[in-house]
Structure formats: structure tokens, C-alpha cells
Design a protein. Sequence first.
Length: 496
Amino acid sequence: MAVERVTPEKIRCDACPVMCFIAEGKAGACDRYANHNGDLVRLDALTIIENTRHKLVPFLKDSSAEDWNGDIIQGNRPFVTAVGAGTTYPDYKPAPFIVSQEIDGIDMVTVVTEGIFSYCGVKVKIDTDRHIGHERDVVRVGGEPVGHVMTSEYGSKMLSLGGVEHLTAGSKKEGRVTCDALLRLCNREPVEMVIGDEDPPTTVVVEAGKPPVVNGVEEKLMRVGCGSATIGMFPKQWVGHVDEVVVVDDHITGVLSEHQTGKMLDVPPTGIKIKGRRSTPGRYFQVARPGTGWGGTDIEDPLTILGPFNPKIAWPGLSLLMVSTTGEQYGYFELDADLVPRAAAIPARLKDSANLIAENCEPSVCSVLFMGGAGGSLRAGVTENPVRLTRSVKESLTFVSCGGAEAYVWPGGGITVMVDVIDMPTGSFGYVPTPALVAPIEFTMRVADYGTLGGHMTEIKQLSSLVSDDLRKVAQVESQPDPMDRTNYRWAKERR
Ligand code: SF4
């Protein structure tokens, strides 16, 4: 990186378009670079993942450089991530680190950069049935729009936040607030969001890996399934012990006696009447409005979704269990002489069935997936012929990771990646005030393939040259593949 001396005290950082002048002892606008005695230094340590699955000898800080001769065969497989690696700008410059090591007799190379992503965002999955906003509702942080509610998935609400429209196309404040919210979410910090324009709007606190907090209440359980699925899963808890079961759900409310499950198990009709739109037997849509009550509806009293029982079918004493899709709410009723449901003490066996539903629910968590496209500086930092990198990724000759975590590469054009921030080292993300998010990205491939795609071959360094006390070591995340494992690559599959 070029360092321009402006005054005896100030140097100029050229790691991003902001081009800060940094005084002695100070940091630049992003807090990533600083002037230390006239030298431009990256403030965070380069992060190495120690792959303990292959670990046979200590590495780096635990041993002296003399002890370790770079022989990977006898040692572990340290993987150089882009976290703390720094950024090159403008695009044509080679990536900050292009590191080679031999893996099982094959020379591999990893090209690492902290990419500046002006086009990026996060997809947030919130495991809850509770209503947090309608599809397309605006999500605001600090009063600024930062994204919107998108299509719900099974048992989860989804948000799409950030993106170039919010980072660059709105006001300066909108861009700054959006960038800050993305940064905090990606670095696993809590962010409070206000969703929609209803009065009052919904407030949600999202933190990666933690339960969502909806309107001040921490969510506990993700539903076991929709109301219809719940009827299908647990009928043996009920048949012979209760005459009718209703599983209340904002999406599909299930009714045991009418459902195919009840038919198969010879449950007789009960004359129950459900308000809402009947889809198929025993499956009802729109029994209430969305809310934070039973099964993601706005109801606290389940009887409000019932019409009068059919007097030609129902009978006094008929027993009825109503339960939510998480088993957290339940009620037991018996029809009186006028066929009106009256609350009664719930039999232990039926209470156990509600507990069984709850037991089968997974803990509710927020998932934050960073999503961005590898643009100019990233691809040109790898090769002088950027489209060849794109093709190499698509042909499974190059493995893409972010902070060592496997990145899902979207089909179609470009290198558009998505990665779970929980799988990345802590503090992986930074920002620059353009505004844009700074995220680590690594491209790993055979050295031979790197040469074929026009890589910066003269910039390749051996891993052993990085041995330093300043490295930060983190353990391999158990669920993540080793980026250098041959099974990631097409050539290994072709050899089988
Ligand atoms: S914002 Fe950060 S990376 Fe950009 S020029 Fe300033 S110090 Fe360097």
C-alpha cells in the first residue's frame, strides 16, 4: 500500500476511496487503520483459523518460528482468513495476502481481502409465529428506513435489510444509519428495529444467535409446525382422551375431528364451527388477525374463533382441547347443557400433550446472513482477468469463504455470496464511511488453477512467512468445512 507523507505528522491512507489523512497516533475514519510513528498499520490482527481436525503439532504463538518449518503434512492446517488482512484500493492492486501452502501434496493458494461492499445487506430469519409486521412493511432503525419485511418462511419471519438502495440512494443519514445497523448485526450485536406504520408499530430487537425480543417480550419457542401439521403429529396423545382438539394458528388452524388425521383414526364429528376460511377438511385460514397472541394470532381467548356448535351433532359434556402451535397456551373446555364451552380443569394427560408440543419446539433464535456480491476490487485483486475468477468459482475450482466460513454462492452471474455470521470469527466486519460494509472474503484454489486464471503469481507468499506473534488464532467452527479440503473441489471428485 502506498503511503503519502503530507506533513511530518500526517500520512495518507489509500485503502479505500475516503483517502484519510491520519495524524501521528490517530486512526482513520473507519478505525481500521492508524498512524503509528509514521507507519500506516492495520489495527486488527490478521486472523488465522487453526484446523484442529488435522492438528498434530502446535503452531504460531504456541511455538517459535524456528520450531515450525512450514511442513503442513506433519502439522495442522492453518487457514489465513481475510479478517484483519486489510483492503487494497483501487481495484487493480493485488489482494493484501496471497498465501500458499501444500495440502496433501497439492500446492494450494488462498487470496484474502477485506472487501468493501457498497452493494450488500443482511437477510434476517426470526424464529417466531408472532406478528412482527406485514410483508413489505418498512423496517426502521433510529427513524431511518433500513429494509423491509419479506416473505415469511415456515415458523419464521424474514427481513431483508441494507442493500445499495438504502446505503446510497437515500439521504446521507439513511446511508450512515443503515451501514451502522448492518455492521452491528454482522458483528452479532443487538439492534432495535421498529417495523411498519401501525399504531403502535412493532419493536423487535435482533441479535444473531439470540432469541428475538418482540415488543419487549423475549420469544422462547419456534412453533412445532402449523396447526394442521400439529394435528397430524400428535393425535395419539388425544384420541380416546378428548372429543375435539383445535390447534390455533394464524396460518393454518387444525381441527382434529374434521382433519384427515381424525378420519383415519375414527374420530367422530363434533359439530364444531370454526370462524375463518376453510381450506380443506380440518384446515382453516384467517381464523383471526395476526398478532402476538395464540399461534401468531391477535387472540388471547381461543373461544373467540368458535361459532356455535351444531346441536344436531354436538352433545352436553363434549370435551374440547384448544392449544397453540408452541404448546405454550392451552385451554380445556366442556360443553354445558346449552352446548356452550365452559372452561374446566385440564386432565393431566392433556396437559402433558401440550407439554409434548412445547418439548418438540426448537428454541427461537435470530439468524443473520450477510449477503454481498464480489465486485471490482475483490476480483481484480485476485486476477487481472476477473471473469475467469467468476468462472473458476462456478466450475468448483475455487472455494469461496468469508472469515473461513463456507459461503453459499448464488447461481447465475457474478459471485454473489451469503454466509451465516455466527460461523465467522467475532469482529469480522468493519465499515468505511462511503458508506459501505467491510467484510472478509477468501478465494482458495490450486496454485496451478490460480496461474490458469491469470492470478498475481509473483505476489504469492509461503504461509511460513506469516509466522508472527501478532496473529490472532481462532478455532475451526465444527460445522464448517475446511476450505482447503479436496472434497470442495471438482478436480478431486473427478479423480475418484
Ligand atoms: S476510511 Fe479507513 S480505509 Fe478508508 S482511507 Fe480512511 S483509514 Fe483508510
